[in-house]
Design a protein around this ligand. Structure first.
Ligand SMILES: C[S@@+](CC[C@H](N)C(=O)[O-])C[C@H]1O[C@@H](n2cnc3c(N)ncnc32)[C@H](O)[C@@H]1O
Length: 359
């Protein structure tokens, strides 16, 4: 009886393990379901990039050489070198923003139900994409917003590198190609939406300076009205964090920490102080050891530091921080190359993601 029992229990545990595995797989499959990021919408993003940057694709040999240079600099974490010339920026957009835009469409549309909900709300929506000059997240957000027939959406990208020209070309491409969408896409630099449209703008700015901007403004408050006007006009409206509904920091956190850990911590504390209740904060970064950060003699996954700074620190003090709505330390986005075409390799991506909401 004993062995039989143990056979039975091992069969039972095998069965349990199998059903657990099935549950895991179906969970993954559900995750990978492309409710909003259909192959058609993905192809529309890729075709837009291809047509907008056709001159870059035309000189294929130069492009592949530049891609190798950017890749080597990114691998060596020499981020400044990776983004220091117009050719490098163009190579990044066609090679990396393409895959990123597909993954972000999936994240915004399929993995974070709060984002389609926000985009389709009737109020004015303001989104700030930190480190978003390369346009991957802006393309994905605009595509989703158009697809959802969302209105009154203003998307601002802030980046330390000079993406002005690339961004303007992307914006014109979107306005030209997605004109058929039921909503109007503004082809103008706009800090606010007009005519119920989707508008977007780019601001070259070191985001780690944002907390100082507030101090500058504050230090002028006690002076005469002219001083107040000057200091406020020096701050781009898209950087008024108290108005922002969604902040994205996608594949940029590691760079910020590499530039300065103390300034990055100050920036995180700053947004915790000034963002309005209900504002969403989405952070995505490479999964695994590439995103480990050294503090003193110890090494931590960067997402632990983020959770600690944004959620735990505030819950143990009287300050209102963020609540964590979604956490996943390993999300896979796989491109289905049978369903989309593009002249360059499209990358599968594995990343961690966090979606926080300001309390
Ligand atoms: C690896 S790229 C990621 C770009 C884009 N978010 C994506 O996911 O494809 C990081 C971006 O962050 C920008 N960046 C780095 N440090 C920054 C800072 N202090 N302020 C604003 N942008 C910064 C870089 O110029 C670059 O465009």
């Amino acid at each position: 009886m004993g062995p039989k029992k143990s056979n039975q229990s091992s069969r039972k545990s095998q069965k349990n393990a199998k059903s657990q595995n099935t549950a895991k797989i179906s969970q993954l499959e559900t995750r990978q379901q492309l409710k909003y990021s259909s192959p058609q919408l993905q192809q529309s993003l890729l075709s837009l990039l291809q047509r907008t940057f056709s001159s870059v694709f035309a000189d294929y040999d130069t492009l592949t050489t530049t891609i190798q240079t950017v890749k080597a600099n990114l691998y060596a974490r020499d981020y400044r070198a990776a983004f220091d010339s117009p050719d490098c920026l163009l190579a990044y957009v066609v090679r990396w923003s393409s895959s990123r835009a597909l993954a972000y469409l999936h994240v915004f549309g399929d993995l974070c139900p709060q984002i389609p909900q926000l985009l389709t709300a009737s109020s004015q929506k303001r989104v700030l994409c930190v480190g978003g000059g390369a346009g991957g997240e802006v393309l994905a957000l605009a595509a989703l917003a158009c697809d959802l027939n969302a209105q009154n959406v203003n998307i601002s990208a802030v980046d330390i590198s000079d993406w002005d020209d690339v961004f303007a070309r992307l914006r014109s491409g979107m306005a030209r190609e997605w004109q058929a969408a039921a909503v109007k896409l503004d082809n103008a630099e706009a800090s606010d939406t007009a005519n119920n449209s989707i508008s977007m703008q780019f601001e070259q700015f070191d985001i780690l300076d944002a907390p100082c901007r507030l101090d500058v403004t504050k230090s002028h408050v006690s002076l005469d009205t002219e001083d107040i006007a000057v200091s406020i006009s020096n701050t781009a409206p898209c950087l008024d964090f108290s108005l922002i509904d969604l902040i994205t920091i996608l594949f940029t956190t590691n760079e910020l920490f590499a530039e300065s850990k103390p300034r990055t911590m100050t920036f995180l504390h700053y947004i915790s102080e000034v963002c309005k209740p209900g504002a969403l904060l989405l952070i995505i970064e490479s999964a695994g050891s590439y995103s480990h950060i050294q503090i003193g003699s110890k090494t931590f996954p960067v997402q632990l530091l983020l959770d600690h700074t944004l959620v735990s620190e505030s819950s143990s003090s009287s300050k209102k921080g963020w609540e964590k709505l979604i956490e996943d330390d390993s999300v896979w986005f796989r491109v289905d190359e049978k369903k989309v075409t593009y002249p360059l390799q499209l990358e599968n991506m594995r990343f961690f993601m966090r979606l926080y909401r300001k309390l």
